[in-house]
Design a protein around this ligand. Structure first.
Ligand code: EPZ
Length: 436
């Protein structure tokens, strides 16, 4: 029996929300600490089940990981205080299946382990509800630096004889660049001998944030954020202090929450530069975002215009906001078309939205959304992290009560989401699932 959200729809969201640090930047950055000597201090790591899984994995790999809990003047514990990571032993090099299946991003320990310890054994991620999660580009890139790989009972085992050697390589695949693949190879190249050039590298802000951390540790990296990253290998990396960038996907989710409830939200710790394609597209839907430094103010015209959107690698519209946008477009005044270029099967939210009265039809990697006047509350099932965020948005505006089952999915990537949304007018309760 797992927990559900019980959401009463109909209230317009108004007020201020603090955006947390980026999950997708925290996970590879925590893994990169495996390469440094000394105690690295990471600020802004959100408290999520995914970051908790990474803490457990690092502990299994010989690290001492501590979440500091400073107190406010009034003596209350600050929950997402700094995270400290220090490598105490380099004996263990295995990321086992039970951890990797709960969190596919465990694959980002592969590059750091190979670079620093010369060997690694990581369970193959396998598939998940958004589709197959291959790692062929990771392995191809690392092999170009001199790693020998073989597969044994579902694990990928890598070994390096001596030190990795830098190389010039193309890292892209059929669906474009790979975010964690770029980070894995960039980490390994940071301690390789000589120069490595990654052509077709991912440009996501999370790649840039990880490169900035490595540079603080002593790495020599240029071009991060562009499709061509140059790394001059160094002999060692030392601990540093780093603040994680804001979570652009959480911020984008809250922007759409304001839009779908025709509300007005102020988002703090929100870097709109990381959402330029999202802000641009939402402008044509009728959602206005104004920025004042790291504060964004969101307002909406009452009428939502239909649009066409195709998910792209950064800086294009991110696949991680596709489900949330699709929920919004269910209420647009006309027909919209959404095409998923990164994970073509990432539409498990469509069936659940249709249970709430939406009219969405899937044609392969494209969904046609016929706008309806309103949605009705229903019992629906979360299937993956971002699909469940899309269902929360739909429930905020649906008439009556919605029960969203299996909300452990949402706890993977949104820090205290019901507290943040209830503080600006939502009515969300968490409790054991019920037959409604
Ligand atoms: C990262 O996953 C994110 N996860 C994902 O967010 C995000 O959806 C994805 O990037 C795309 O932006 C983290 O950062 C922890 P990819 P990643 O390698 O790096 C294909 C969320 O909800 N591919 O960029 O694993 C792949 O199948 C998660 O927070 C290969 O073919 O994704 C996909 O079609 C979900 N071979 C495309 O590339 C490979 O070796 C992009 O995948 C690797 C990837």
């Amino acid at each position: 029996m797992s927990d559900s959200f019980f959401i009463r729809g109909g209230s317009r969201l108004k007020g201020t929300i603090e955006v947390s640090g980026s999950k997708n930047s925290s996970l590879p950055i925590m893994a990169s600490c495996l390469m440094a000597s000394g105690r690295t201090v990471l600020k802004g790591v959100p408290r999520l089940s995914d970051t908790d899984s990474m803490v457990q994995l690092l502990a299994q790999l010989g690290c001492d990981v501590k979440r500091l809990e400073p107190k406010t003047a009034a003596g209350n514990i600050i929950l997402n205080g700094p995270l400290e990571v220090e490598v105490m032993s380099e004996q263990q090099c295995w990321a086992p299946y039970d951890i990797v299946t709960t969190m596919r991003a465990s694959i980002c320990v592969l590059g750091p382990l190979l670079a620093k310890r010369g060997r690694a054994r990581v369970a193959m991620p396998g598939g998940c509800s958004i589709g197959d999660r291959p790692i062929d580009l990771h392995l191809r890139g690392l092999a170009k630096l001199g790693v020998q790989f073989h597969i044994e009972s579902g694990d990928v085992i890598g070994e390096v004889r001596g030190r990795m050697k830098g190389a010039r390589m193309y890292l892209g695949g059929a669906q474009g660049p790979t975010v964690l693949g770029t980070i894995n190879v960039m980490c390994a190249a940071a301690l390789a001998e000589g120069e490595t050039v990654l052509v077709g590298a991912a440009c996501e802000p999370e790649v840039v944030d990880c490169a900035e951390l490595l540079i603080k540790m002593g790495a020599r990296i240029r071009g991060h954020g562009t499709p061509e990253i140059r790394i001059d290998g160094v002999d060692k990396l030392a601990a540093c202090e780093h603040k994680i960038i804001p979570d652009r996907i959480e911020a984008g989710t809250f922007i759409i929450a304001a839009a779908i409830t025709n509300g007005e939200l102020e988002l703090r710790n929100c870097e709109l530069d990381h959402l330029i394609s999202v802000v641009d597209l939402l402008e044509s839907v009728g959602v206005h975002c104004e920025r004042d430094g790291l504060t964004a103010r969101v307002s909406t015209t009452r009428r939502l215009n239909p649009v066409e959107m195709t998910t792209q690698p950064y800086p294009g519209f991110p696949t991680d906001l596709q489900a949330q946008l699709l929920a919004l477009l269910c209420l647009a005044d006309g027909n919209s078309v959404v095409t998923e270029r990164i994970f073509p099967d990432r539409f498990l939210h469509v069936g659940e939205l249709n249970r709430m009265g939406a009219r969405v039809r899937k044609e392969g990697a494209t969904a046609i959304i016929q706008g309806v006047k309103d949605l009705q509350g229903a019992t629906v099932m979360a299937s993956d992290l971002r699909a469940s965020a899309g269902l929360v948005l739909a429930a905020l505006v649906a008439k009556g009560q919605t029960q969203i089952r299996r909300i452990y999915h949402i706890d993977r990537g949104y820090e205290k989401i019901e507290a943040k949304l209830n503080a600006v007018g939502a009515t969300i309760e968490r409790g054991p699932e019920k037959n409604m």
